[in-house]
Design a protein around this ligand. Structure first.
Ligand SMILES: Cc1ncc(COP(=O)(O)O)c(C=O)c1O
Length: 359
């Protein structure tokens, strides 16, 4: 597949902004090229523009993820990469994207921002991909296909065979969003198979397992051709110096596995405890750090919990998610508090007026 033919003409022809620091690579003692304030007034070199291509972080991530630095794009959250993919591949009002609800809401939001028509192919009743229906939805204008694995909000990994089939048959870019992959025990990342599929973009993030949501760092792994396009279109200095420093300070010094294992243990505990509630009808299998829970009176439970200071995510309006709340696995204390409040709510569920506000 020739990726160039998928790219919007204006982007193909685009002469990107050349940042001052792009044009120089070497050692110098005086930088008078970027109209910065030469005085480090606040300390920490915040007076200087950061590395536009974040080379140091990419080197660390390259080892951690076993992906070549030239196959890594870094953005202000993986949401930035989603935005840029629309900018690169979808002519507004013309080119189409395919999404598979129920799934992460930003694919639709970004499509709407870019005036990109979206075809929705629902997951099946087990939240698996309907590959045949996806291929039937394909038109000559289909440019992006978003797959989320493990999927938000359903929590399940998508079948390897299905993703492989779509990578081989979808005539555009296949985005596999792996925001929750670090919680999926034993699952391999699709980033390992970049060399096989020139149309594959894998998204990951430091916002979930890595406990760095506040830093804002998302990754896209893809062929160097696609990474070059992402770099061409992004803001020149898209990751601030504080983010770059914070990430560099922790990435190769932190063993995040024990933290992840702790969250997975808590997930098991919470799942067991939730099963004891009569109003819990079903807890879907989860490869992520959250549970999708089907409940009786879900709207009432959601609101009563909210009034008692416990916020979960109401997904009951999503297709195939009738009566479902999505519950993130918190700390042990947070999960205990959720259960305590749910107990109180459950006792009064037939008599909603009696649910007293939290003390
Ligand atoms: C599936 C999925 N992809 C991407 C993101 C966004 O992550 P980031 O914080 O890197 O923008 C989220 C956040 O909830 C998500 O659930």
């Amino acid at each position: 597949m020739n990726i160039e033919t998928l790219v919007r003409e204006n982007i193909r022809k685009l002469k990107p902004y050349s940042a001052a620091r792009h044009e120089f690579s070497g050692t110098a003692s005086v930088f008078l090229d970027a109209n910065e304030n030469a005085h480090d007034v606040h300390g920490g070199a915040l007076n200087r523009y950061p590395d536009p291509l974040q080379a140091a972080i990419k080197l660390q991530l390259s080892e951690l993820k076993n992906v070549q630095p030239e196959s890594i794009f870094l953005g202000n959250g993986s949401d930035e990469a989603i935005d840029l993919l629309f900018r690169i591949f979808c002519e507004p009002g013309v080119d189409e994207a395919i999404i598979c609800p129920p799934t992460y809401g930003m694919y639709q939001v970004q499509a709407d921002i870019h005036a990109t028509p979206v075809k929705k192919v629902l997951l099946d009743e087990n939240f698996g991909l309907r590959t045949g229906a996806i291929m039937e939805a394909v038109s000559p204008k289909s440019k992006l296909l978003f797959l989320c694995s493990p999927n938000n909000p359903t929590g399940n990994l998508m079948a390897v065979n299905d993703i492989e089939f779509l990578l081989k048959n979808f005539p555009g870019i296949v985005v596999v969003d792996e925001a929750y992959i670090d919680f999926a025990k034993g699952a391999a990342s699709w980033a390992e198979r970049l060399a096989e599929f020139p149309n594959l973009v894998v998204l990951q993030t430091l916002s979930k397992a890595w406990a760095l949501a506040g830093a804002r760092l998302g990754m896209a792994f893809a062929s160097p051709a696609i990474i070059d396009l992402l770099n061409k279109v992004k803001y020149p200095y898209n990751l601030g110096l504080p983010t770059q420093k914070a990430v560099l300070a922790v990435l190769d010094k932190t063993d995040i596995r024990p933290v992840i294992d702790g969250i997975l243990k808590e997930k098991e505990k919470l799942e067991e405890a939730l099963h004891q509630f009569e109003l819990v009808e079903k807890i879907y299998p989860s490869d992520a750090n959250f549970l999708l829970v089907k409940m009786q009176n879900s709207a009432l439970v959601f609101n009563a919990l909210k009034e008692r200071g416990v916020i979960v995510r109401d997904r009951s309006k999503e297709p195939l998610c009738d009566g479902c709340l999505r519950i993130t696995i918190g700390t042990e204390a947070e999960n205990d508090l959720l259960l305590k409040q749910l107990n109180i709510v459950a006792k009064f569920i037939g008599r909603p007026n009696k649910i007293s506000p939290a003390k």
